[in-house]
Every structure is written in structure tokens, then in C-alpha cells.
Design a protein around this ligand. Sequence first.
Ligand code: NAI
Ligand code: COI
Ligand code: MG
Length: 371
Amino acid sequence: MKLNIAVLPGDGIGPEITKQSVKVLKAIAERFDHKFLFEEAVVGAAAIYKTKNPLPETTIELCKKSDAVLFGAIGDPKYDSNPSAKVRPEQGLLKLRKDLGLFANIRPVRAFERLIKHSPLRPERIEGADMVIYRELTGGIYFGKKTLSEDAQVASDLCVYSAEEITRMAHLAFKAAQKRRKKVTLVDKANVLETSRLWRRTVKKIAEDYPEVEVDFLYVDNAAMQMIINPKQFDVILTENMFGDIISDEASVIGGSIGLLASASVGKEYALFEPIHGSYPQAAGKGIANPIASILSAAMLLEHFNLLEEASAIQTAVDKSLEMNICTSDISKESSYSTEKVGTIIESLILNNEDFKINSNNLSLGQATII
Ligand SMILES: NC(=O)C1=CN([C@@H]2O[C@H](COP(=O)(O)OP(=O)(O)OC[C@H]3O[C@@H](n4cnc5c(N)ncnc54)[C@H](O)[C@@H]3O)[C@@H](O)[C@H]2O)C=CC1
Ligand SMILES: CC(C)CC(=O)C(=O)O
Ligand SMILES: [Mg+2]
């Protein structure tokens, strides 16, 4: 298969982790005889420094003409220490999501068997945990009107959702549940928020189309606690933009590190693949960032194009590398390999291993991105 992949490394650790996932995709192309072509563009603070714009038109154009986008991370201490800056790296990512219509962000979370001993959570609580978070990505409070009074003493962020935005998201979550353990949990705050009540009503109605899927409803505050005390109860979590952002960082503790959690951001026309973490500026250039979230995002990219054996090859190589204790220091202080070394070992496991049979257990999604 021939794929044109736009690569947007971004800021902080973005370039060094993305370098590893591109390396791994090149290994897949070599081993499975595909042609993957990569073209880079700037986004975030890197783009502001170069063009004064966090999302230059040339970057959007490249994304639109490519088959898929591989995204690193954005964010820079210069802007984090100045929240009032008018032009910000985050605007680049938010605008990109909006312009490409990437309304669904899919974040699989599972407890990696080999890492359970490193988790701060009790092993018996997380062993076998396996869920996928369907986070709405282009609506809600991140995109609503923002105001600040003239004296800078009163501010507001508007949270808006339409039934249409909820409906398209809910169908994706129910379809994913059909292929998994047939359970959808809507996470909201319907005891307080009108938007959450709209989510509940809409989801209840859609659930009628999926009688074999069990639905339950949890307030986000309770969900945050349940995530830690009983994560195995979750199969597909469906939620709005901000709640999904927050509970997925929390859920990463189950996997052992946020440096392991991949995601796919999809819409009707375009698809972008990105780790769930940010630009981790404290680690930039030090070679200590975990590249696996980015590498597994590349696996999700392959899965999106139905390259299941190839996606499975990445997943298997990642599992093997972890089994061999080849990991960065966020996972194990005793065994701290560099970002580059972890990428190189995963690359060579892909190039040298003979047999990558598709094993639905080691696919991250079960084709959940194909919409
Ligand atoms: N999708 C994106 O591009 C996102 C960007 N950001 C931006 O990133 C910058 C930093 O934000 P933070 O809140 O510190 O979040 P962050 O996700 O960058 O880092 C939080 C913590 O997670 C850990 N971590 C993150 N990625 C890791 C990796 N690959 N390997 C090992 N450990 C890792 C580190 O302990 C780090 O201190 C900000 O400018 C923020 O706006 C934040 C979240 C998402
Ligand atoms: C930096 C934000 C725009 C996004 C975020 O935290 C995320 O998508 O996980
Ligand atoms: Mg986040």
C-alpha cells in the first residue's frame, strides 16, 4: 500500500518521539513491502517561532493532501508561564482538529502485563483492565466563546453541544462496543450541566439502536474515582471533550505511564494519530521521553488503513521490548534506556521477527477508528 503521511513533530519532546515512530513505520514498510512517504510541517510553538502562526496554512494544506497525519505534541514553557499570551501553541492543535473535522478522539487504555508491578495501583485492581475512551474532540468548553472583562476580573468559557455532535460520537462508541465487551459508559455531569443532560437524553435514544450493548451513566467525579478503584468495569467510555481529556490522563496510570498511551483523532474525511501526552518540556532534548505512545499511535494509523498484521507487528514488538525490560525511566528506574534506543530496539524486533500473526488480543482497538 502507498501512504502519504504528514508528520507534525511540534514542540518539546514531540520531534524526538516522532522520529522513533517514523523509524518504526519505515521498518514496517520494509518488512511488509509498502511505500510510506513522509513529509514534515511545523505546528505549535515551533510554527510560531518560524511564521508567527501556530498553524500555518501550508501545514493545513499538507495535512489535507496526505492520507494521514502523525502528530507529536505542542506546548512551550514560554507560553505556559504566560497564560495571557494571545497567540499560543495550543491554538495550533485545536484549530487543526477543527479544520480537519476530527470530532472523535479514541484512546485505548490497558494494563500491560509486564508493567503491572511498576504501577502505583494495586495489581489485582488493574490486571486485565482494558478500555477505550471515546472523547468528543471538536466541541464543548474548549471551543466555546471566551470572555474576559475589561478589568480582567471576570472570565467565562462557554460549553456548547448540539444533539448532532453527540449523535455522531455516540454511534462510534456503540459500534466500538459491539466489537468489544458490549458496554458503553457515558461519563457526564448531568446533575448540574445542561449540556450533560443533552448528552444523556441523546445517548439513551441512540442506545435503543444497539439493544445488545449495555449502557450505564456515571457522573465524572465518581468516574474519576472508579477509574482508580475498579477500572475493570469499563469497556467503552463515551464522554465530552474536557472530561475525556482529564480522565484519560488519569487512566494512563493503569497502563503504567502516560508515555504509553496512544490515540487516534478521526472524522469523516481525515485522520490524525497522536500520543495523549503533551510536549513534556522538562525532558526535551534529554533522550529520556518514552516513545511508545507515539509508536503505538503509528500502529493505530496502520489499523485505520486495515493493515492489521502490520499494526499487530508493532504491538507485538512493543510488548516484547517491555518484556525484555527495554524501557525509559518513566516505567522502570532500574532499566532506563534512551528514547532513541527504545525506538531502535522496537524497529529491529519488527525487522527481524519472522511471524506476526494477527492476534485480536494485541490489537489496540479492533479497528475502532474505521468509520
Ligand atoms: N496533545 C498535545 O500536544 C498536548 C500538549 N500539552 C502541552 O504540553 C505542555 C506540557 O504540559 P503538561 O501538563 O506538563 O503535560 P505533559 O503530558 O507534557 O507532561 C506531564 C507529565 O507526564 C509525563 N510524560 C509526558 N509524556 C511523557 C513521555 N513521552 N515519556 C515519559 N513521561 C512523560 C512526565 O512526567 C510529565 O511531567 C504544555 O504546554 C501543554 O499545553 C498538554 C497536553 C496535550
Ligand atoms: C493541549 C490541549 C489542547 C489538548 C490536550 O490536553 C489533549 O488533547 O490531551
Ligand atoms: Mg490532555
